[in-house]
Design a protein around this ligand. Sequence first.
Ligand SMILES: [Zn+2]
Length: 159
Amino acid sequence: MLLRFIIYLVFILFIGTALYYWLNENKPTNNATEIDSCLIDCVNEWRSTLLSEGFDSKPVFTSLRSIKIKKLSEEMVGITHYYKKTIEIDPAILTQGTFALRATIYHELGHYAFGLNHESCKIMSTTILSEKEYKEHWDDMKNEYIELIRKQDFETHLP
Ligand SMILES: [Zn+2]
């Protein structure tokens, strides 16, 4: 009777532990990064784009504290604070369209994760394009961006 009880107990503990590790292993994104809900899809898209190109961006989201919506000054759509380890996105970009938002997220994460400089590619340009222009040229712009980050070693750029 006691032996059976012990066997059950060990079995339950084993299943519990296995389940715990399995759930943690499969946890989606944002390990430590607080991301505003309206930005999550876009950030996840960046992550899966990078992953499909062979970059696991996990260290980025362990380092980065937050990606949040915040009203910025007139000519700004996004800003990366290296010291505070935060990214802020102006709410105006949400109304401009999904491609403009995508470009802004790629731009700011380009700064944070890879230390990319302005004008190193179209996505890293300080010139803000229209939703139509981003949409029309998105594939080319994304490829150019990927090519650029292939030349970087992103973990060394993380603050
Ligand atoms: Zn910038």
